[in-house]
Design a protein around this ligand. Structure first.
Ligand code: G3P
Ligand code: CA
Length: 249
């Protein structure tokens, strides 16, 4: 049994900012989540063609901006001109894609926690992990609470581990693939962030015995949230900032 490190993060984490009530992964979405009382946010970070980290979930620009094609093929100067709000609603027309640095500074200024999901363009897994960790180490230097760096890609977490070993890492799992626990240990992770349906008492116990915190995504109904609380898990990522009050835990 390994004792887990102290856990400085709140239980409730707003997914992609508050990415259903406002356009996901934009500053407007973070502001919306903060207005609902949330104090920790999840976001998706990737590299532009000229090496700027910015927020976007998909590989392509088509769903959430007025641009087209592979986002990572474009330079930041072009990405910065895009409208990342109109797809959501007219109220957010003109909302720009933010850099990760812009969002980091917003969180640091307001003492909000940040879960940065490293969401690399294919073939840039290691480089994106390195870039996120390097930037985060610089921006959060001396801060009381570091960001949590998460990824589905072990190569991205390895890149982050190499660049800034002191920053906490979490392995994202959409299935319990063979060797997940051993891989998380090798990557020096402090947490497993699972599809919430994968957690049961035995799996939570396995993670905790290894000194890992048990977090879940994306939890949008009260029954599922209560099950995770009863299992003794440590945090959930939710779209439903309008349903779950972060003051409740
Ligand atoms: O926090 C994990 C969650 O964000 C992973 O799924 O597809 O929303 O990035 P996705
Ligand atoms: Ca994500």
């Amino acid at each position: 049994m390994t004792t887990p490190a102290p856990w400085p993060y709140p239980f409730w984490i707003a997914h992609r900012g508050a990415g259903k009530l406002a356009p996901e992964n934009t500053l407007a979405a973070f502001r919306r989540g903060a207005a609902q009382g949330y104090r920790m946010f999840e976001c998706d970070a990737k590299l532009s063609a000229d090496g700027v980290l910015f927020l976007l979930h998909d590989d392509t620009l088509d769903r959430t901006t007025n641009g087209q094609g592979i986002a990572g093929n474009q330079a930041w100067g072009a990405l910065a001109q895009l409208d990342a709000g109109s797809w959501h609603s007219r109220a957010y027309a003109g909302e720009p894609l933010p850099t990760l640095e812009r969002i980091a500074r917003f969180c640091l200024r307001n003492l909000y926690g940040l879960d940065i999901e490293i969401k690399p363009t294919p073939n840039l897994e290691g480089a994106t992990g390195q870039a996120v960790a390097t930037l985060a180490a610089r921006l959060w230097q001396g801060a009381a609470v570091p960001p949590l760096l998460t990824s589905f890609k072990p190569e991205s977490l390895a890149g982050a581990q190499q660049a800034a070993p002191h920053l906490p890492r979490g392995l994202l799992l959409d299935t319990l693939w063979d060797g997940w626990l051993e891989r998380a240990r090798q990557l020096g992770c402090v947490a497993i962030v699972c599809n919430h349906a994968l957690w049961d008492a035995a799996t939570v116990a396995q993670a905790k015995a290894a000194g890992l915190r048990a977090l879940s995504y994306t939890v949008n109904d009260e029954w599922a949230a209560q099950r995770l609380i009863d299992l003794g898990t440590d945090g959930v990522v939710t779209d439903r900032v309008d349903l779950f009050s972060p003051a409740a835990r």
